[in-house]
Design a protein. Structure first.
Length: 301
């Protein structure tokens, strides 16, 4: 164990040393100092990051706020049965998490991350968060030089803090607005949906306001398209006489060897993701079946 010191984030860092005394790893303590410095505007992160983090907070507040009361809106306001309301709720969530694939392809291949965020987010706002979600985190990383590892770590800590802050606050306050405020002779869904909808527009406006500060990298191609083409080409060449240690090497006549190595690594990782749909199928029940079950309970502790 090496020296114990306090770094610039006012957190304890323990450096472990190898056999020759060289630092191998740092074990970070509390990261709250990063958030505190960021919110007090004394952080050394680029100023453009403030707009990106503000955009993400508003967008997450909007999404989770709408999601928190959606199934109740279907059943109590429209009078749909529970099965239909559940199906519509999960269709909405599926759409919100599918459209980022389209947004990512448009951002990487044609529009760029800066233009794709507000344009797609505004035009396809009915599709959920597909325009903003795939672009913001990567665009925030673009604002920092790749060799500034500590700044990148600090940015993503703050970025994901803003995601969780927006989701927690909206999940708490949106149902309160629905149940405790009354309008149109009933629960005020107009206000409960209206505030998240306004924050989605605020997210786009905040992102646009920082336009003069952003570092913009030009589109570099569609990586999803390249991966798909390489896999299809390798399958099509499976009977060819191209020497190959791995079936993907059959695509080496057209595709860069480094891309093929990256795809091989990706396919190994994908195996770990196979059980995830089962987990998320259960996890997302909290906004549908679990919410409907809670309505049947007294709510008294």
């Amino acid at each position: 164990i090496g020296d114990t010191d306090m770094d610039e984030d006012h957190k304890t860092t323990i450096v472990t040393e190898g056999q020759h005394g060289d630092p191998e790893r740092k074990i970070s303590g509390k990261a709250w100092g990063r958030v505190r410095k960021f919110t007090s505007c004394v952080s050394d992160l680029p100023k453009s990051v403030y707009f990106i983090v503000g955009n993400e907070f508003c967008e997450r507040f909007s999404f989770y706020g709408m999601r928190a009361i959606l199934v109740l809106y279907f059943t109590n306001y429209y009078g749909l049965d529970k099965n239909t309301a559940t199906a519509m709720y999960h269709a909405f969530v599926m759409l919100c998490y599918f459209t980022p694939l389209l947004g990512a392809m448009l951002a990487d291949g044609w529009l760029g991350k800066y233009r794709a965020g507000p344009i797609i987010g505004l035009v396809l706002i009915g599709f959920g968060t597909g325009g903003i979600k795939p672009c913001v985190s990567a665009f925030g990383g673009d604002q920092i030089n790749p060799n500034q590892h500590k700044l990148l770590e600090r940015f993503f800590s703050i970025f994901y803090f803003s995601i969780n802050a927006g989701s927690v606050l909206s999940t708490i306050f949106t149902p309160i607005l629905r149940g405790n405020v009354h309008c149109f002779n009933g629960d005020c869904y107009a206000l409960a949906f209206g505030i998240p909808a306004m924050l989605m527009l605020v997210a786009i406006v905040v992102f646009w306001l920082g336009r003069g500060l952003y570092k913009r990298n030009p589109p570099t191609g569609n990586i999803l398209g390249d991966v798909s083409k390489a896999i299809c080409h390798a399958i099509g060449n499976r009977k060819s006489d191209i020497p190959a240690k791995h079936w993907l090497d059959k695509a080496s006549d057209r595709f860069d060897p480094q891309l093929l190595e990256d795809i091989k690594a990706m396919l190994k990782v994908v195996v770990m993701f196979i059980p995830l749909p089962i987990f998320w199928t259960l996890f997302d029940q909290q906004g549908s079946r679990w919410t409907l079950q809670a309505e049947e309970m007294s709510g008294n502790l």
